[in-house]
Each structure stands twice: as C-alpha cells, then as structure tokens.
Design a protein around this ligand. Structure first.
Ligand code: NAP
Ligand code: GDD
Length: 338
C-alpha cells in the first residue's frame, strides 16, 4: 500500500502545524490548505522546519468548487478539518462570517465526502466551548451543550452535522471535543500567549503593561503537541466515535499569570478589585497588568474542566504535559525570541 494522504485544512494555524509535523513522522503525504498560500511567512511551519515537506494548496474553505476540486486532484484518505475562525471574542463582532466558516464549511465537506466513491475518514475540530454555561464539575461526551458565543453555536452545528452524517450515511466522521490547548506556536490574541509575550516584552523593555479582561475565567489548558496525537488516534479507531481531550485540571487566568511571574522571578503584588485590579512589579513599582473593559465578552464561559477518561480507556491517550510545564515552555520560548 502507498503512503496515506491526509488533507489538513488550516495548516497555517497552531494545530495544523503540529498535526502536519506529527503525521509526517507517521509517513503520511500531507496536503495542507492555506487561504493565502502566496504569503512567505508561514511562520509555524518554518519554526517546525517542515515548510518544504508539505504540499500547500490555496483554498478558502468557504469556496465549494475549490473543495470539490481538491478531492478530484488527490486520493485523500483522511481529512482533518481544523480551519476555523477560532477566536471567540471576534465571533461576537463577526457572527455571520464565523458561522459560514465554522458551521457551513464542515457541512460542505461532509456532503462532498458522502458523494465520493472512495471511503474517506473525516475529523472535525469540535471544542469545549460547546459546553459553555454547563452545570457540571467536569465535562465529558455526555454533558449537555450550552454554547455562549457565536463561535460556540457555530461549532455545535458542525458537531451535530458530523453525528448526523455518521448515523445517516454510515460515514467514518468523528469530532474531537478538545479543551484549550496552547504552545509557543499559539496565536498572540489568545490569553496564554498574550501573557507569555507580554511579560517577556516587559522584561526586555519592549512593552510597558498588559491589559486584560476577565482574569477569573478558568480553563483546562493542555499542550497542542499532545492533542494532535489524539486527533490521529480517533481516525485510526475501529469505530467512529467522538472523544473529549483534556487534562482534567483547570486554572484561572490569574493563576496562569502567577505561575508565569514565578518562572520569570518577578516580584509582584496584586492590588485593587474589579476593574481597578492591578499587578504591580515590586522592584520597579510600575503597573504591569491592568484590567480593561474592552477585553470582556458579552457572555463568557466561566469554567471548563474536561473528563478525558473515555479517550484514556479506548484510545490509550493521555496528556503528557502538565500546567506548570506548559507555562514554562511558553515563557522560555518567548524569552528566547526577545
Ligand atoms: P488557529 O491557530 O486560529 O488556526 C485556524 C486556521 O484556520 C488558520 O490556519 C486559519 O488561516 C484557518 N482559516 C480560518 N478561516 C479560514 C477560511 N475561511 N478558509 C481556510 N482557512 C481558514 O486555530 P488552532 O488553535 O490551530 O485550532 C484549530 C482548530 O481547532 C480550530 O477549528 C479551532 O476552532 C479548534 N479548536 C481549538 C482549540 C484550541 O484551544 N486551540 C480547542 C478546541 C478546538 P489564516 O492563517 O489564514 O487565518
Ligand atoms: N484572549 C483573551 N484576551 N482572553 C482573555 C483576556 C484577553 O485580554 N482577558 C481575559 N480573557 C479570558 C477570556 O474571557 C476567556 O474566558 C479566557 O481568558 C480564555 O480566552 P482565550 O485564550 O481567548 O480562549 P477561549 O477559551 O475563549 O477559546 C479558545 O479555546 C477554545 C476551547 O475551549 C480558542 O482556542 C477556541 O478556538 C477553542 O475552541
């Protein structure tokens, strides 16, 4: 049998880069889609030194004809649909575009794959954001969804579409319900990277302070490099099933900041409450973190903590990187850049 061909949409993103790197080691041929393939700064692929090892196709996932064409051009075995408008805050400002990309494109993929003569496996990037305002201590595959943003509702539509196509047409289509996962390749708009870049910039004098929103939100943060393995395992499974992928631990944004300042040996103190809360650098007496209304969302997800026991039992998957190691990895990488 020849090499397996994997199509990764959103290869220019954090997960796309780690997944491509992982699948190359498994001897796959990788077709990655990038809606702006002419750009020379596919920085994540460059960082992983794999920019010349993958085939890049210019493709916006909202362009139906281009999607059809890619299945005519390559004998694809596995599709990893990672492309999305993935920033929750921006989904409140662009709800329609977010839904076209995050909900309608996965449905389009399912329709196209359903009409192929060959069997093609499909992975959809579902999210813990679908749990939103849940009432549970830990969330698993049976927890009800209560999305709190246009991002969350769009991903819930895609999730149910995958389930429906699996049941109606016996397709090998699955969703990984992944909790937050971060890395040195994380986009700078997301909180963990905003903090790791911000603090290291403050130390090198490139930035004075960081402005943040809800620092009491709690997330179950894992390492993206660990999570892409779970995506692959789901497509190698005997039966098509959905899985929660998480660490089982959560921390507030404030705890992330405290861990980061500890690693950087910064002597700091929190002062004030609510919008007046600030983090002071005790050596320089300067404010390094303050709260800004601008960064709050109309509705937020207060707390997420995943129960990944089904993945552990059936896929033999478990996270390898804990919270402290993750913060250290991100801080060290940004210190090196500074
Ligand atoms: P990311 O870094 O934001 O990457 C998203 C990718 O999608 C980028 O390559 C982006 O391309 C591409 N994209 C956006 N709109 C597109 C369009 N119309 N056509 C083609 N490509 C488009 O996100 P990530 O963290 O890697 O996440 C990967 C997937 O997992 C996303 O679907 C996300 O919603 C989901 N997810 C992520 C997490 C997490 O914590 N990271 C957790 C659960 C689920 P550009 O570079 O051109 O913008
Ligand atoms: N980004 C950001 N910027 N978030 C902030 C800020 C800020 O200045 N201040 C506080 N937060 C809070 C947000 O309100 C949210 O509660 C939490 O930090 C995490 O925000 P993000 O890092 O933007 O991630 P997210 O949890 O909204 O979404 C990420 O994880 C989802 C999985 O649960 C994204 O990767 C999604 O694509 C993914 O599905």
């Amino acid at each position: 049998m020849g090499k397996k061909i994997a199509l990764i949409t959103g290869i220019s993103g954090q997960d796309g880069a780690y997944l491509a790197n992982f699948l190359l080691k498994k001897n796959y041929t990788i077709i990655g889609t990038d809606r702006r393939s002419a750009r020379s700064d596919n920085w994540r692929l460059i960082k992983l030194n794999i920019q010349n090892k993958v085939i890049i196709e210019d493709l916006d996932v909202t362009e139906i004809n281009n999607l059809i064409r890619i299945f005519q051009k390559y004998k694809i075995n596995e599709v990893y649909n990672l492309a999305a408008q993935s920033f929750v805050k921006s989904s409140f400002e662009n709800p329609i575009q977010t839904s076209i990309v995050n909900a309608i494109s996965p449905l389009t993929f399912l329709e196209i794959i359903r009409n192929q003569k060959r069997k093609i496996k499909f992975y959809q990037a579902s999210t813990s954001e679908m749990f939103g305002k849940h009432k549970t201590k830990k969330q698993n595959e049976t927890t009800n969804f209560y999305p709190r943003s246009p991002y969350g509702t769009s991903k819930t539509f895609a999730h149910y579409s995958v389930q429906n196509y699996r049941e109606a047409y016996k397709m090998f289509a699955v969703s990984g319900i992944l909790f937050n996962h971060e890395s040195p390749l994380r986009g700078e708009e997301f909180i963990t990277r905003k903090i790791s870049i911000g603090l290291t910039n403050i130390i090198s004098g490139k930035q004075n302070k960081i402005k943040l929103g809800n620092i009491y939100a709690k997330r179950d943060w894992g390492f993206a490099g660990d999570y892409v393995e779970a995506m692959w395992k789901m497509l190698q499974n005997k039966y098509p099933k959905d899985y929660v992928i998480a660490t089982g631990e959560n921390h507030s944004v404030k705890e992330f900041i405290n861990e980061a300042t500890k690693i950087l040996n910064l002597k700091t103190r929190w002062m004030g409450k609510g919008l007046q809360e600030k983090l002071i650098n005790l050596e320089t007496k300067k404010i390094i973190i303050e709260i800004d209304k601008k960064y709050f969302r109309p509705t937020d997800v207060e707390s997420l903590k995943g129960d990944y026991s089904k993945a552990k039992r059936e896929l033999k998957w478990r996270p390898k990187t804990n919270f402290k190691s993750l913060v250290k990895m991100m801080i060290k990488a940004d210190l090196k850049e500074n």
